[in-house]
Design a protein around this ligand. Structure first.
Ligand SMILES: Cc1cc2nc3c(=O)[nH]c(=O)nc-3n(C[C@H](O)[C@H](O)[C@H](O)COP(=O)(O)OP(=O)(O)OC[C@H]3O[C@@H](n4cnc5c(N)ncnc54)[C@H](O)[C@@H]3O)c2cc1C
Length: 465
C-alpha cells in the first residue's frame, strides 16, 4: 500500500466500483498517468451489497435519486445505467432482460390501477443471482487491478482529517493495527453498514445533512403460483398511496427465492446481542416453490421526534424482543385476525412451507419465532400492510391465503442525506460522498450512478476543460 493516492475511494460497493470504472475509462491516456486510485474496504472481499441477489433495475425511475433529485437529466441517467450494466454483462451477468414486453406490462398496470395500485412500467431488469455474483465481482476486480487500481481490503477507515495543505489524512485499522495514508480526493461510499460511523464523521467534520425517512415493513412468502405478476416482471414495483397519504410499496421480489437474513455487517448490536434483520434472495440456478417480497411503508418524522434512525433502531429491538431475540414469523390469517402465530401452526401440511427454519413445538432449533407483528409495529403501518395486501389480493387471490407467511423486521433506513453539490461534493472541497450510506441512492443501479457522478466531479477538478 502506498502512503499517498490521488483518489481514495472508501467502500467497494456498487458506488465505489462504478466510480473506479469511470476513472479507469476516462483518465486521459495521452499524458503520463499521474492519477493513483485505491479502493479501501473494511471487509476482506470487495463488493458491498453487490454480492447479494443483484436484481438490477435498469431505469432512472427506481432508486436513482441522481435523476429524481434533478442532479442529472434523463440522457445522463441512461448513460450511467448503460455504463454500469455493460460492465456487469461483460463480466458475466445474465444477458437476458425481463419486464420488456410492454403489452403484457400494460395489461398488469391497468388491472392493478383498478384497485388503486400503481405499477412502475419502466421495468427492464437484469438478474445476476446470488450464486453468480461472486464470479462477476471477481472478474470486475481483476479488470480494475489490471488497470493499476489498488484494492486495500480488510482495512476500516476510522478517521478523516482535512489538512491545511488541502490533502486528507485518512486513518485506517487492520486487525487492530493502525495506519495512515493521505489523498488529494476522497470519495466516501460506506453503504448502510457504515452509516453510524459515517454520521459520526459528518458531525465531526461539520458537514451538513438531513435525516432521511425510513421504510418499515414485512417480507411476505407465498406459493410462487400465487404471485403470477412476478413471472412477467421479475421484481414488480407496485406502489400505493394510502388514504392518509402514506406511501407503501412492494420491494425486492424473488420468484422461486428464499427468505434470508440481512448481511451480517448490517446487523444491529444491542446489549451483547446481534440482531440481523430479514431479507430475501433468489438464485439463478436453483429455486423453491415459493416467492417472497417486501412490503414497505415510508415513515418520515418531524421534530421533536426527528431522528428516524433512532426510531428505526427502537423498532428493531422491540420486534426482536417480542420474538425472544429472533425475527418474528406469522401466518397471514393470524395477522389479519390480530392473533399470534404459535409453533404449533407450522409443520402440519400447511399450503406454504417457510424457507427459514421456524421454532417448533418438538424443540427443533429454528431461527425465526412464531409471533404477532401487530403488537410491535405501529398501527398505521399494520393498517397499510393490510390495505396493500387486500388490494393485491383482488387481482391475485392467492396473495391473501391465510397460510402465507409474514416475516419481521424488514426495515430500510439510511440515517442521513448529505448536502452535496451537483457532482456529490460536500462543503469540504475535494471531499465527495456517494451511495446508500450518504442517503443519495437506493439499490445497486442508483448507487452506481452516484459513483459515476462523483468520479465525473473528481475528474472535472483534475482535468478542467
Ligand atoms: C440481502 C440483500 C439483497 C439485496 N438485493 C438487491 C437487489 O436485488 N437489487 C438492488 O438493486 N439492491 C439490492 N440490495 C441493496 C444493495 O445491496 C444496495 O443498494 C447497494 O449495495 C448500495 O451500494 P453502496 O455502494 O452505496 O453501498 P454498499 O454496497 O453497502 O457498500 C459499502 C461498502 O463500504 C464498506 N465500508 C463501510 N464503512 C467502511 C469504513 N469505515 N471503512 C472501510 N470500508 C467501509 C462496507 O464494508 C461495504 O463493502 C440488497 C441488499 C441486501 C442486504
Amino acid at each position: 500500500m502506498k502512503e499517498h493516492y490521488t483518489v481514495l475511494i472508501v467502500g467497494s460497493g456498487p458506488a465505489g466500483l462504478a466510480a473506479a470504472f469511470w476513472m479507469k475509462k476516462n483518465v486521459p491516456a495521452y499524458i503520463p498517468n499521474p492519477v493513483s486510485v485505491a479502493i479501501v474496504d473494511k471487509t476482506r472481499y470487495p463488493s458491498g451489497g453487490l454480492i447479494n441477489d443483484g436484481k438490477m433495475n435498469l431505469t432512472p425511475f427506481i432508486g436513482m435519486d441522481d435523476y429524481t433529485d434533478n442532479r442529472i437529466d434523463l440522457p445522463t441517467a441512461w448513460e450511467h445505467i448503460h455504463f454500469f450494466d455493460e460492465i456487469l454483462v461483460r463480466h458475466g451477468a445474465n444477458p437476458e432482460l425481463t419486464g420488456i414486453d410492454e403489452r403484457v406490462v400494460g395489461v398488469w398496470r391497468d388491472r392493478l390501477a383498478t384497485h388503486g395500485l400503481e405499477l412502475v412500467t419502466e421495468t427492464r431488469q437484469r438478474h445476476i443471482g446470488t450464486d453468480r455474483s461472486k464470479q462477476v465481482i471477481n472478474s470486475m476486480r481483476e479488470e480494475l487491478q489490471g488497470a493499476g487500481i489498488e484494492f486495500e481490503l480488510g482495512q476500516g477507515v476510522t478517521e478523516i482529517i482535512p489538512r491545511q495543505d488541502g490533502l486528507f489524512e485518512v486513518s485506517l485499522e487492520r486487525e487492530g493495527i493502525p495506519g495512515t495514508i493521505t489523498c488529494d480526493y476522497l470519495l466516501l461510499s460506506p453503504g448502510r453498514s457504515g452509516s453510524q460511523w459515517f454520521r459520526n464523521q459528518l458531525d465531526t467534520l461539520d458537514i451538513p445533512y438531513s435525516l432521511s425517512p425510513i421504510e418499515v415493513g414485512v417480507r411476505i412468502e407465498m406459493l410462487r403460483t400465487d404471485y403470477p405478476i412476478a413471472e412477467v416482471i421479475r421484481d414488480p414495483k407496485i406502489k400505493m398511496t394510502a388514504e392518509n397519504g402514506d406511501r407503501v410499496k412492494t420491494f425486492c421480489t424473488n420468484p422461486g427465492g428464499k427468505i434470508r437474513f440481512d448481511m451480517p455487517e448490517q446487523a444491529l448490536h444491542y446489549k451483547g446481542r446481534t440482531l440481523t434483520m430479514i431479507n430475501g434472495d433468489g438464485r439463478r440456478n436453483s429455486s423453491t416453490p415459493n416467492t417472497n417480497f417486501a412490503i414497505l411503508n415510508k415513515i418520515g418524522l418531524v421534530e421533536p421526534e426527528g431522528d428516524t434512525e433512532a426510531y428505526a433502531l427502537d423498532l428493531i429491538v422491540k420486534t426482536f424482543r417480542a420474538g425472544g431475540w429472533k425475527p418474528i414469523v406469522q401466518r397471514l390469517g393470524r395477522f389479519l385476525d390480530y392473533r399470534r402465530s404459535k409453533p404449533g401452526h407450522f409443520g402440519n401440511g400447511e399450503r406454504v412451507q417457510p424457507t427459514l427454519p421456524v421454532v417448533r413445538t418438538d424443540g427443533s432449533i429454528g431461527v425465526v419465532m412464531p409471533g404477532d407483528i401487530n403488537i410491535v409495529y405501529p398501527a398505521r403501518t399494520v393498517h397499510n400492510i393490510r390495505d396493500i395486501l387486500m388490494r393485491l389480493g383482488q387481482d391475485m387471490p392467492g396473495v391473501m391465503h391465510p397460510d402465507n407467511l409474514l416475516y419481521a423486521p424488514e426495515i430500510k433506513f439510511q440515517s442521513v442525506k448529505v448536502d452535496v453539490s451537483g457532482t456529490l461534493e460536500t462543503k469540504i472541497p475535494h471531499f465527495y460522498v456517494a451511495g446508500n450510506g450518504a442517503g443519495l441512492s437506493s439499490g445497486i443501479v442508483g448507487a452506481a450512478s452516484n459513483g459515476i457522478l462523483a468520479a465525473k466531479g473528481i475528474l472535472g477538478h483534475l482535468y478542467p476543460a
